[in-house]
Ligand binder design. Structure first.
Ligand code: C2E
Ligand code: MG
Ligand code: MG
Length: 399
């Protein structure tokens, strides 16, 4: 999104000369439709009114030090009301405090675009707004309707679940290192629905096996011609840990891989432990057999609560995938830099290939590259694409 003139923006900033400056800077960034609330309570009232009118704000820019309701309380309110506008936090407070508030907002699953230290600059706002077009659409659509297990089952049966692919790149020479299959539910009325919505729905309603069968076939059949044409060396597929309870899963994946003429070494299975492994013995059995068949295993979302050192020590992973919360913007966050740098050192010492996801800016790329990570994935290089758009992109080789 480069034309910001159609964005409806709510600026929450107290009555000071700062407010006037903020309005001027937003206009310089190309945002013309600006409503101003001078404290959190007024902002809440304006949001409710806009919602009632069916014209919600696409963007909320809020200071942290608000009168009546502080910025954290305001964020909690937005989360409780499922607000899915893009949110930018602005403040002159300590950077560490701003970072933590940003984390609070992300933990609430708000659509946080980022934070900016004051004084505001148009370029900083424009940078954050470029993230907006991709992040806002799926959440709005899925939240405004309640989707249930029957909808999902119908979608799986009617082949409305498909795979998009996002390439990853070698830091050493920017060439294509592989690609990750990311499931999308294409609903004829609602448009694209995010996997963050339907994967938990499948896991909680006994549909994950059926869904995974569909996703695996989609991912492997989509990737196979690209791999055969040497456009990309491998495909990474996300696997829910629930499936590891099934001892037939390794054979199922192997047969599917061979059905489309792929070698297991061209397939990476990404695992997280977000739901906890219910039967560790069975999970280890499945994972070891997958490795023995030649598949590579990646520990996804490393650095979040779901992926731990304990898993690293007991499971034969080939790759460590560092979560985007430790990648995007980490170059300017001193504490996170220390954690990331020790993670990379540990991963290298364990002989793992290290992938960083969530590379959004050249600063991210340059910093992560300087740490000695192997591969990077993120919006800077390429967003997830349908297979038809991917082939021409890959044919152009490096980004
Ligand atoms: P994940 O496996 O960690 O996938 C990476 C997510 O980060 C993807 O979100 C991708 O679109 C997003 N992403 C990539 N680059 C950037 C970036 O630079 N910035 C930001 N902010 N995000 C970036 P997506 O496609 O919405 O998937 C979300 C999660 O859903 C995945 O996280 C994965 O855990 C799960 N998922 C996706 N497809 C499948 C699937 O086929 N099976 C299972 N079990 N889970 C899946
Ligand atoms: Mg993944
Ligand atoms: Mg991940």
């Amino acid at each position: 999104m480069t034309d910001f003139s159609s964005i409806r923006c709510l600026l929450v900033e107290d009555e000071s000369f700062q407010q006037e400056i903020a309005v001027v800077v937003l206009k310089q960034a190309g945002i013309n439709d600006i409503s101003v609330a001078t404290d959190g309570l007024k902002a809440v009232a304006m949001l409710e009114k806009a919602q009632e009118k069916g014209a919600p704000f696409e963007l909320i820019i809020s200071d942290l030090g608000l009168p009546n309701m502080d910025g954290v309380e305001f964020i909690r309110h937005l989360a409780n009301n499922n607000v899915n506008s893009g949110i930018i936090i602005i403040s002159s407070m300590d950077k560490k405090i701003i970072d933590t508030v940003e984390l609070v907002a992300k933990t609430h699953a708000l659509n946080i675009l980022g934070s900016i230290e004051k004084p505001l600059k148009p370029a900083a706002i424009k940078d954050l707004l470029t993230n907006m077009s991709c992040t806002i659409t799926p959440k709005q659509k899925s939240d405004s309707y309640s989707l249930d297990a029957t909808d999902l089952q119908n979608a799986i049966e009617q082949m409305h679940i498909e795979s998009f692919f996002q390439p990853k790149f070698h830091f050493s020479n920017k060439s294509v290192a592989g690609m990750e299959a990311l499931a999308r539910w294409r609903d004829p009325d609602l448009g694209f629905i995010s996997p963050n919505v339907f994967i938990p729905l499948a896991e909680n309603n006994g549909l994950i096996s059926l869904l995974t069968e569909r996703i695996l076939e989609c991912a492997i059949s989509g990737a196979s011609p690209l791999i055969a044409a040497n456009l990309v060396p491998s495909v990474s597929i996300n696997v829910s840990v629930d499936l590891l309870d099934s001892l037939s899963f390794p054979d199922y994946v192997y047969n599917m891989t061979r059905k489309y003429g792929l070698e297991p070494k061209a397939v990476v299975l990404e695992v997280t432990e977000s739901r906890g492994i219910s039967d560790l013995a069975k999970a280890l059995d499945s994972l070891v057999r997958l490795r023995m068949k030649g598949f590579r295993l990646s520990l996804d979302d490393y650095g979040t609560g779901s992926s731990t050192l304990e898993q690293l020590s007991r499971i034969p992973f080939s790759e460590l995938k560092i979560d985007q919360s430790f990648v995007t913007g980490t170059w300017e966050k001193s504490e996170q830099r220390i954690i990331l740098e020790s993670t990379v050192t540990m991963g290298r010492n364990l002989g793992l290939s290290i992938v960083a996801e969530g590379i959004e800016t050249t600063e991210d790329w340059n910093y992560i590259s300087s740490l000695g990570c192997d591969e990077g994935q993120g919006f800077l290089m390429c967003r997830p694409l349908p297979v038809s758009d991917l082939a021409p992109f890959l044919a152009g080789s490096s980004w």
